[in-house]
Design a protein around this ligand. Structure first.
Ligand code: FAD
Length: 521
């Protein structure tokens, strides 16, 4: 280690690496990077600390989705003029390409993206068309290794060396103090501590009296659905970005980090477990996942959005002993998901360790309401409408984990969303039997009695039999009651009533139509 560096950089994530590469191009000598994690070849994705810390930061095992648009990815345009930002974005992309990023670009503008844009407008959503270069999780590491090899001889990189403080002399920086007590002198200090270092930099900024502004905190859920449901969108846009303003709370809600055929993974920061998602370039799962996030900006007196996010994340961890997963249908029905219900869900979570639970114990009402409203608005954008089962999981970049899935549609289809009275359902069920029975009876009466038979049939068949069926017949009217009560995934068509398929209630002998609500909590 030298006595003095021109520039020291805290952290070795993408921001720090790009700062270092830019300084190198500008012929700045004596650069040192101090990183609390390990070098890229020593990082193991399965180890919590290694997932986010080390060479490549949180980007090392990320999806490696490079969004080539200035419209997403924070609020840099508040600080840098648009044209300059576009130039910087282009340079960053060229740098990735020079280190081996794939040449293919997804989401190029076309008539179809234009059509989607207008369709989204009609649904009250803003669709943000953008181009994406997808590295894929497995390629991130090799690309970062290429960069590491390139910078190796040109700057010093210290791993497993956490920085404790930024040192100042009056109003000027003079270096850094390491956790091990060593002081490092430097003319300039650049900090890129990322999300794992958010608490550290917040404390440092406060300690040094540097003015700062709070960013909005994003809290939400990660949604999982069969990849085919979203394939129209993902084939077209790869990462479909939608923005929505919720009706009830007028809050900004957005889709974030869509991972076609990807998987949901846990992310641990300061012992808080949250979720994130990624997809591999080659390996594919059956699901696509994305986050729906609600952005909240706090005003005075509260000024700790990160603390708020962590609080919610901790609550989820407390209740779910980690990540919570809930089917949308269970969530909408106001009941928790159970392992059994998750097993029966058509969408199987790619994060099997998540605990089936109830998100309404975790997320504030305004967040849940805004999320459900956005999901409703998104329905017309999906290949298959609401009948498709979903798995959603709470997601928040600073915080915890998972939730919901959909099952409401069968109810809508067979039960009219349980809003139709029992007698109407009874008539409806009966009508399907009346058709062929009536035809047989009419033909028989006509054959036996001639035209007089028609009168008998209408008087007896259409009025009397209908009334008898409606009031007493177990197979029809009672079925109406049963349909209304059928608690789980809605009623079933007549063919599904067969005991072979659904079984009978051992106590009453009645046909079993679905699982009761006794297992709710
Ligand atoms: C699973 C996953 C998937 C993602 N997918 C994408 C994606 O597809 N596209 C995308 O654009 N983004 C994605 N992201 C987000 C992306 O990884 C981050 O935006 C990016 O890594 C931020 O870069 P950074 O340099 O600011 O911070 P980080 O990457 O977080 O790096 C900060 C580094 O600083 C180190 N550090 C912190 N404090 C100290 C200290 N006091 N002393 C020494 N070192 C310290 C940390 O150990 C860490 O290595 C994903 C993230 C995850 C976790």
């Amino acid at each position: 280690m030298r006595d003095r560096y021109q520039v020291v950089i805290v952290g070795a994530g993408p921001s720090a690496i790009f700062a270092a590469l830019t300084l190198m191009k500008g012929n700045v000598k004596n650069i040192a990077i101090f990183e609390k994690g390990k070098d890229i070849h020593n990082r193991k994705r399965g180890r919590a600390m290694d997932l986010l810390c080390g060479w490549g930061g949180a980007g090392a095992f990320s999806d490696g989705k490079l969004t080539l648009s200035t419209k997403v990815g924070g609020f840099l345009s508040d600080f840098i003029p648009q044209t300059e930002l576009t130039t910087l974005l282009k340079k960053a992309d060229e740098t990735y390409l020079s280190f081996g990023a794939p040449k293919e670009i997804h989401g190029k503008s076309s008539d179809k993206t234009e059509a989607l844009y207008h369709e989204a407008k009609l649904a009250g959503l803003e669709f943000i068309p953008m181009e994406i270069r997808h590295l894929g999780t497995e390629n991130c590491v090799s690309l970062l290794t290429n960069i590491r090899t390139t910078v190796d001889k040109k700057m010093e990189v210290f791993f497993e060396t956490p920085v404790k403080e930024i040192l100042v002399d009056g109003t000027k920086t003079k270096g850094i103090l390491l956790e091990n007590g060593i002081e490092v002198n430097a003319e300039y200090v650049i900090c890129g501590p990322g999300r794992v270092g958010a608490g550290w930099i917040k404390n440092e900024v406060q300690r040094l009296g540097i003015p700062s502004i709070s960013s909005p905190v994003d809290i939400g859920v990660r949604v999982e659905a069969p990849a085919s449901v979203l394939q129209t969108l993902t084939d077209l846009a790869y990462e479909a970005k939608f923005i929505y303003y919720s009706k009830t709370f007028d809050e900004k809600v957005r889709t974030f980090c869509m991972n076609p055929f990807g998987e949901v993974v846990t992310e641990t920061i300061e012992e808080i477990v949250t979720v994130n998602g990624h997809s591999y370039a080659e390996k594919k799962t059956e699901n696509t996942n994305f986050a729906i996030l609600v952005s909240s900006t706090f005003t005075e007196p509260f000024n700790d959005p990160i603390g708020y996010g962590k609080y919610i994340a901790r609550l989820a961890n407390l209740l779910g002993n980690g990540v919570i997963v809930q089917r949308l249908g269970d969530f909408l029905d106001g009941r928790r998901s159970t392992p059994d219900r998750i097993t029966r869900c058509m969408t199987q979570p790619t994060l099997p360790s998540a605990t089936p639970g109830d998100l309404s114990f975790v997320l504030p009402y305004r967040h849940l309401k805004s999320i459900v409203e956005m999901l409703e608005a998104l329905k017309p954008m999906m290949t298959v409408e609401s009948r498709t089962p979903w798995i959603l999981s709470t997601h928040a970049p600073l915080q915890p984990a998972p939730s919901l899935a959909e099952a409401a549609s069968l109810e809508d289809y067979f039960l009219g969303g349980r809003k139709i009275p029992w007698w109407a359902l009874g008539i409806s069920g009966m009508a399907s039997f009346l058709d062929i029975t009536g035809t047989v009876l009419i033909v028989s009466f006509l054959y036996i009695l001639g035209p007089r038979g028609l009168f008998i049939e209408f008087r007896g068949g259409a009025v009397l039999v209908l009334a008898i069926y409606l009031l007493w017949c177990n197979n029809h009217t009672y079925q109406g009651f049963q349909y209304r009560r059928a608690p789980d995934q809605g009623g079933l068509p007549g063919t599904d009533h067969s005991p072979q398929r659904r079984g009978r209630n051992p106590h009453t002998g009645h046909q079993h139509l679905g699982q009761g609500r006794d297992d709710q909590t």
